[in-house]
Ligand binder design. Structure first.
Ligand SMILES: Nc1ncnc2c1ncn2[C@@H]1O[C@H](COP(=O)(O)O)[C@@H](OP(=O)(O)O)[C@H]1O
Ligand SMILES: [Mg+2]
Ligand SMILES: [Mg+2]
Ligand SMILES: [Mg+2]
Length: 307
């Protein structure tokens, strides 16, 4: 790995390959058919794919970057992994990028990596495989700066021979791995949960008077819809999402010019001392959308309940 590249570029470049490797593990677990489903709480599923993908990503990252803080959804993991799970290479094109001045001298101590090894677990167990993503978010201080969204089953529905794609973004640089697009004018398409709704979340969707509501799985997948021009906003007006769900999506979306906040317009903090729960809900809007319009039109009682 080019040691001369700034840490933030090395982390994104390496995490692209780690997320790809985790995506292959997710496909292998699915095709072997033994999902090993556990409910961690209430409607909070974990499978062998979540566990193994997390071990792959964290073991690989820790070998390359032993002094950074890593927080993974599936808790502390055994880092003794099969040797073919250990990633050692980085994406060469990201290492060559020009790093924004403000991130040039970021050190290990300032970095937190938030890992969601499989986002959209509920949909994965139901065979809605294109909703699944692998999320690696890189925070500097409290800010989400870099993100990787790997979609292991991209191309599955169209019968593509080679599956998967990896999107990345770095604030101040931009995005890669896909063709950014903005959603159509004069329409409002809202993406929301299909497996974790409640009365509050429904009330918010109702109030926004969408032309179309897309109920789909995964925080990564919903933000992907915003970045490909298929939805204008992602609205999740309840608790339940966590920092590992939003760190990577926030960084990639904002690197492209969109926004991700809680339902009151506040950004989440991603430093190592922060809470994990996104108690204020999730409101993300595509590039060019009026984020504040959505905040103004969320009923006051909903915003008040999500403090
Ligand atoms: N009430 C809840 N309990 C547990 N996890 C929740 C939740 N609400 C949302 N999430 C998590 O937030 C992510 C996006 O949710 P959704 O797909 O419903 O929009 C999913 O991440 P994971 O699949 O990584 O757990 C989901 O499990
Ligand atoms: Mg989960
Ligand atoms: Mg998730
Ligand atoms: Mg997950």
């Amino acid at each position: 790995m080019a040691q001369s590249s700034p840490l933030i570029l090395r982390l994104v470049a390496f995490s692209i390959n780690a997320a790809n490797r985790a995506g292959k593990i997710i496909r292998d677990v699915w095709s072997q058919g033994e999902l090993g489903i556990v409910d961690k709480g209430k409607n909070d599923l974990q499978t062998e794919a979540d566990r193994s993908a997390q071990r792959c990503i964290i073991a690989s990252l820790l070998r390359q970057f032993p002094n950074i803080t890593i927080i993974g959804e599936e808790g502390s993991s055994n880092c003794e992994v099969p040797s073919d799970w250990l990633v050692t290479e980085s994406d060469p094109s990201v290492l060559q990028l020009n790093c924004p001045k403000e991130f040039e001298s970021v050190t290990d101590k300032e970095v937190v990596v938030w890992v969601d090894p499989l986002d959209g677990t509920s949909e994965y167990t139901q065979g809605l495989l294109e909703h699944v993503t692998v999320l690696v978010g890189i925070a500097v201080g409290s800010q989400a700066v870099g993100g990787i969204i790997h979609q292991p089953y991209y191309g599955y529905a169209s019968g593509a021979e080679s599956l998967g794609r990896t999107l990345w973004g770095i604030k101040g640089i931009g995005v890669g791995g896909f063709t950014p697009s903005i959603p159509p004018a004069n329409q409002r398409i809202i993406a929301t949960t299909r497996s974790h709704s409640n009365a509050l979340a429904e009330q918010a969707i109702e109030a926004l008077k969408a032309d179309k509501v897309l109920c789909v799985g995964g925080a990564g997948h919903k933000v992907l819809l915003l970045m490909e021009g298929k939805a204008h906003a992602y609205v999740f007006a309840r608790d339940g999402c966590k920092r590992w769900d939003t760190c990577a999506p926030e960084a990639v979306l904002e690197a492209m010019g969109g926004r991700l906040t809680d339902m009151r317009g506040n950004q989440y903090a991603y430093d190592h001392n922060t809470y994990h729960a996104n108690k204020g809900g999730v409101l993300a809007t595509a590039k060019g959308e009026d984020h504040d319009w959505y905040i103004r039109n969320i009923p006051e009682n909903v915003r008040e309940s999500l403090k």
